[in-house]
Design a protein around this ligand. Structure first.
Ligand code: N2P
Length: 609
């Protein structure tokens, strides 16, 4: 009887399980920020090194500084406006009061992505360039509601007769506000401010839409770090951000519960202190003006170390943003209000950007290292005289697979094998995915033939239930993790995966595949064209091109760099395929108006049931 009483009750167990579910991932994150191992999710001993790395990383510090500035401005604006609105609501009964009440709350319930998209449209219509200002305005837009709601809650218990008494005694309205109203609702205002600050500092969705270049906040930077390779540095940065947010939220909660401002002084000071670190450690200006270069490039296409070398050599700051599809690049460039200096489109996208007048003619006299390029990659049909583009990487799309699970693979048909249901990954890329289906059936991946495309679409719809994920960013990680056994993807990232796990193989199916050639180019409205040329020329230097190839393992079109590569890279057929394999590949071409057909068919595949 006694022993039974000591057993936890079922409801306590369920509660414990819920909390474990909620907080276990965070605990793991915090624990691994102290783990010595670089890659493995295995404990290899305690270290503070990752914090040291993070606090020395100028990009992390810069992004954190941007986040703090945005959050402080947002807090000031949203809290002031929110408090004024709450007071107005408290004092006056408006006509259709319920409707106004509801409208204040709606932004809290609105899907963030809808708010983000509408803000981008609004800014474009107003002719505002995306940057700091737009980030702050957007943050105020979504956090204002929080401020109104919190201050109103505090006002609900506020006795208006205090104000009336003050006025009866001769105090002016302003004096009454300062000496009576504000002191009473101060904890509510402070709580609102802390809440606004913490929703602003870790916002990702809205910010990613409205940031433009040079206004990268910490959440955006962390996300781009994740996409160019996981490092425990991210765990350290996230832990710091988590600690700061937790301290501020805890303080806001205490104040809301009626705690005295003095009681939260310590946690607030600690939280703000953590966020103040970047100002102490990297006291540099917000944006480098002329001394800054904005690069928009495929993920996994350039190592941070390489970028750092250029920064050091030229004494400039380089912002690197990444994308995972040509369509994302085109959309950004068409929007017309972003300021990139260097971009990296594939052949068919170079064609379409030239046709739309979105690229700037290059000054070849500033590209003295272009003589390093293998002439086979120059003068191609997508840009006959290379007026606009300089080859950067080439490579193939193919299938990587786990030998121990699927044996030998040599046909696209393997990706339709029902035995591997749920173990197949496809690129999230209309042209590549249709390309795989078309090639499998012996058709050109540039076909515009309606019957051929309909057949490809039918195959892709049938394949959908077998597909675990459509992923163009870290497909090699998904294969490495064991979640999928067969993945369509691009060679470089697979070559890196193979170096980590000998069970992985890469094949260009016997039916043939796509070959890509991605080039550096300068957008027509690039703000820093001179520095853009300097960067392109830097990437053409034999030694730099060799480093880029060695670290990213896509195939280099730089002949002088080849000699500098270790045999493990130069002789790796997954990176530099033999001539007979190249012979069965095809280059994706711009299909002009037929592009929309691919887009429509692809959307239908992805939304099919
Ligand atoms: C880089 C993918 C290769 C680009 N993440 C294919 N054009």
């Amino acid at each position: 009887m006694k022993a039974a009483a000591r057993l936890p009750s079922p409801s306590a167990l369920v509660t414990a399980a819920v909390y474990a579910f909620l907080y276990a991932p965070l605990l793991v994150l915090v624990a691994f920020s102290f783990n010595r191992a670089r890659l493995a999710a295995r404990w290899e001993g305690f270290t503070l090194d990752w914090y040291a790395v993070a606090l020395r990383d100028q990009h992390v510090l810069g992004a954190l500084r941007n986040s703090v500035i945005v959050a402080l401005l947002t807090t000031a604006l949203a809290t002031a406006a929110g408090t004024a609105a709450a007071l107005a609501f408290h004092r006056h009964r408006f006509r259709a009061q319920a409707a106004w009440d509801g409208l204040v709350i709606v932004p809290l319930l609105l899907p963030e992505i809808a708010l983000a998209a509408s803000l981008v449209l609004l800014f474009a219509a107003m002719g505002l360039r995306l940057g700091f200002l737009t980030v702050v305005l957007a943050h105020v837009a979504f956090s204002l509601s929080y401020a109104v709601v919190v201050v109103r809650a505090r006002l609900a218990g506020f006795d208006r007769s205090l104000e009336e008494a003050a006025m009866d005694l001769g105090a002016s309205p302003l004096r009454t506000l300062r000496h009576v109203t504000l002191p009473v609702i101060a904890p509510g205002i402070l709580a609102a401010a802390l809440l606004v600050f913490s929703v602003s500092i870790d916002d990702y969705v809205v910010t990613s839409f409205v940031a433009g270049v040079g206004a990268t906040t910490l959440p955006l930077h962390i996300y781009s770090m994740v996409r160019s390779g996981l490092s425990p540095e991210i765990n350290a940065v996230s832990t710091l951000l988590l600690a700061a947010t937790a301290l501020l939220l805890y303080s806001a909660w205490r104040l809301e519960q009626g705690g005295r401002p003095r009681a939260v002084a310590l946690p607030v000071a600690l939280g703000l202190g953590l966020l103040g670190l970047p100002f102490l450690l990297a006291p540099v200006p917000l944006s480098g003006g002329e001394r800054q270069l904005n690069v928009y490039i495929w993920s996994n296409y350039i190592a941070p170390e390489t970028v750092r070398r250029f920064e050091q050599r030229r004494g400039v700051r380089v912002n690197v943003d990444v994308y995972d599809s040509n369509e994302a690049l085109i959309a950004k460039m068409q929007s017309g209000n972003v300021d990139y200096d260097v971009v990296c489109p594939s052949t068919y996208t170079v064609q379409s950007l030239i046709a739309q007048g979105l690229l700037r003619a290059l000054d070849w006299s500033a590209l003295s290292h272009a003589t390093n390029l293998d002439p086979r990659f120059l003068g191609r049909p997508h840009d006959p005289g290379n007026r606009y583009s300089v080859p950067y990487f080439w490579g193939t799309a193919g299938i990587a697979y786990r030998k121990s699970r699927v044996g030998e693979v040599d046909s696209w048909g393997a990706l339709w094998d029902a035995r591997y249901r749920g173990r197949i990954l496809m690129l999230d890329d209309a042209r590549e995915v249709f390309g795989a289906a078309l090639k499998w059936k012996g058709l050109s991946l540039n076909t515009t033939d309606a019957a051929g495309l309909a057949e490809a679409q039918r195959l892709l719809v049938a394949q959908r239930p077998l597909v675990r994920a459509y992923n163009s960013s870290n497909f090699e990680d998904v294969l490495l993790s064991g979640d999928v056994w067969l993945a369509q993807g691009w060679n470089g990232q697979f070559a890196r995966a193979m170096a980590q796990d000998p069970d992985i193989a890469y094949v260009i199916p016997r039916e043939g595949s796509s070959l890509f050639l991605d080039s550096l180019a300068v957008p027509r409205n690039a703000p820093h064209p001179e520095l853009a040329h300097a960067f392109i020329d830097f990437a053409l230097e034999a030694e730099v091109a060799a480093e880029i190839c060695r670290t990213m393992q896509y195939s280099s079109p730089n002949r002088a760099a080849l000699a500098l590569l270790p045999p493990a890279i130069r002789d790796n057929p997954a990176i530099f395929p033999p001539a007979d394999v190249v012979a069965r590949t095809e280059i994706i071409e711009d299909l002009g108006p037929a592009t929309v057909l691919y887009d429509r068919l692809w959307t239908e595949v992805k939304t099919s049931r």
